[in-house]
Design a protein around this ligand. Structure first.
Ligand code: KIV
Length: 263
């Protein structure tokens, strides 16, 4: 695990870090060949469970999905979001982070910043739990999806927050919805790698919600590039299956199990 984190750190100023989300084994097994980091994000709230925000995701949800994702991950660094309420104070955070790691075998946890929880990061890091920070638009603490760091004062505050997270021992940090200028400034100042989402090319790496980039979620803000239209592909396959079932084309003799004969 230490070695995997070392590799991520070494990428700063050398090569871009590739990160995507996964919530199940079939997807993580595909991503693992290409990604440096796989994130079990609490974005599963919107993507899988159809909730309006990430607040209803529980520790049990996160653990269950990570256990599935873990089965598909061989080489990537597996990072897990700590759900809202699971790191209220140092004691609770440590207990829950240890539970997540013990039950899932993940490599690190991610904690969204509320500008006050630096000591929580420090506590986990001191107990050898690698932590990824998260600043800018932090869905656990902010309601409105909007651009962050769009004035010098706001960008400076974000930099200060990032620096405190770095000082607390985080090994990397997500920058969500920051202006290109703020992202550049923060990425240049921090020694740890920045992973951007909606924060321009100026970050050390990029993360997207996999279901968004595959065209499956129906959530396509401007910062999402839709690399395929999985919704359409699935619909076409289901349409063909429906037609085959109705016209008795499926199952054909090819689909009978060995030793069984159609009567
Ligand atoms: O929950 C999530 O998927 C995330 C990413 C968008 C960074 O936090």
């Amino acid at each position: 695990m230490r070695n995997k984190i070392k590799k991520i750190l070494e990428k700063k100023n050398k090569s871009k870090i590739v990160c995507l989300t996964a919530y199940s084994k079939n997807i993580s097994a595909i991503l693992d060949k290409y990604c440096d980091i796989i994130l079990v994000g609490d974005s599963m709230a919107n993507v899988l469970y159809g909730y309006e925000n990430t607040h209803k995701i529980t520790l049990e949800n996160i653990i269950q999905h990570t256990q599935s994702v873990r089965k598909g991950v061989k080489k990537s660094l597996l990072v897990v979001d700590m759900p809202i309420g699971s790191y209220k104070n140092k004691k609770i955070a440590l207990k829950n982070a240890q539970t997540i790691i013990k039950k899932t075998g993940c490599d690190a946890v991610k904690i969204e910043s509320n500008k006050k929880n630096f000591n929580i990061i420090k506590t986990l890091v001191n107990k050898n739990i690698p932590v990824m920070g998260h600043i800018g638009f932090t869905p656990q603490f902010k309601k409105k999806f909007k651009i962050e760091g769009n004035t010098k004062t706001k960008a400076d505050l974000l930099l200060k927050e990032g620096m405190k997270i770095e000082k607390s021992g985080a090994f990397s940090i997500v920058l969500e919805c920051l202006t290109p200028k703020a992202s550049k400034h923060i990425t240049n100042k921090l020694k740890i790698p920045t992973i951007g989402i909606g924060s321009s090319i100026n970050c050390d790496g990029q993360v997207l919600v996999t279901d968004d980039m595959l065209g499956l979620s129906g959530f396509y803000p401007k910062f999402v590039k839709k690399y395929t239209d999985l919704k359409k592909i699935i619909e076409n396959a289901v349409k063909k299956y429906t037609k085959d079932v109705k016209s008795r084309k499926f199952p054909s003799t090819k689909n009978f199990l060995n030793g069984t004969k159609p009567s």
